[in-house]
Design a protein around this ligand. Structure first.
Ligand code: COA
Length: 234
């Protein structure tokens, strides 16, 4: 069934009990309840005693911001029942980091003139889908950047549809200057101050980033691994 109005607000509160496992869907609901109501539809297997929740994008074109359906399940068997094929899930790829406190500075935002730059440097970018996604992220959610002496972005960070901080990048010639630290602090403080969850996903093999976030007070949630799948026709 689809959840609407008060049901969404109650579910947002109920999901807090299941953090950090509910982090992605919780973040999505917080945004939906506070900022925009038309981009994501939320479905529950039943309500209010739900076992599985899915935030489904209003998928119009390939590459739209809310391309990914985010799923929270209270337990594995509920998920299995809902997804039918739990064997396709590989939980080993991403570690979840959660911030304990927010601190930092306020910096410039990125705008649409920076879409190409972010797309070219993002590991999963360099394609048309990513351009649309980045464009929507910049238009709808917070971003931060450090500008160089000529006013060009040297380092940046964006926010994903679930509130996750994402696409952190420092141009090679500007690395080691502390820019990423400043941006993470600024973004974490902004999200924290406004009542949004503060978290990010880091690929397990990205040791520099692991160390960086840990050194800033983020804690890894070992019980949680995130995985992304592409389904035909989904
Ligand atoms: C990870 C990344 C954003 C760091 O940017 P940065 O602006 O150079 O980071 P900072 O200057 O703020 O450095 C932060 C810390 O990381 C350390 N660090 C940065 N790059 C490092 C490297 N290549 N090797 C070892 N340590 C490194 C710094 O020494 C610093 O630690 P310290 O404060 O203890 O000295 C940058 O290397 C990058 O863009 N990498 C490719 C994209 C990526 O992996 N993004 C993260 C996705 S989650």
């Amino acid at each position: 069934m689809e959840l609407t109005g008060e049901q969404l607000k109650i579910t947002d509160t109920l999901l807090k009990r299941y953090l950090p496992r509910s982090q992605q869907v919780y973040g999505c609901l917080v945004l939906k309840n506070r900022v925009r109501s038309d981009l994501v539809r939320v479905f529950a297997d039943r309500w209010p005693e739900f076992n599985v929740l899915a935030c489904k994008p209003q998928y119009e074109q390939k590459g739209d911001l809310f391309k990914d359906t985010l799923v929270f399940a209270k337990d594995e068997s509920s998920l299995e029942e809902t997804m039918r094929k739990s064997s396709v899930i590989d939980w080993t790829r991403y570690a979840l980091f959660i911030n304990k406190t927010g601190s930092g500075l306020s910096l410039s935002s990125l705008d649409e003139s920076h879409i190409g730059l972010v797309n070219q440097t993002w590991k999963f970018g360099k394609n048309e889908d990513a351009v649309r996604m980045i464009s929507n992220m910049l238009a709808n959610f917070p971003s931060c950047c450090v500008l160089d002496a000529e006013g060009k972005p040297a380092s940046w960070i964006l926010t994903y549809a679930s509130c996750a901080m994402d696409m952190l990048y420092t141009l090679p010639e500007h690395r080691g200057k502390g820019y990423a630290k400043v941006l993470i602090s600024a973004m974490a403080r902004r999200l924290h101050t406004e009542g949004y969850p503060v978290f990010c996903f880091i690929e397990e093999e990205n040791e520099v980033s692991h160390r960086l976030f840990k050194s800033m007070g983020f804690i890894e949630e070992p019980s949680y691994r995130e995985a992304w799948f592409e389904f035909n026709g989904f």
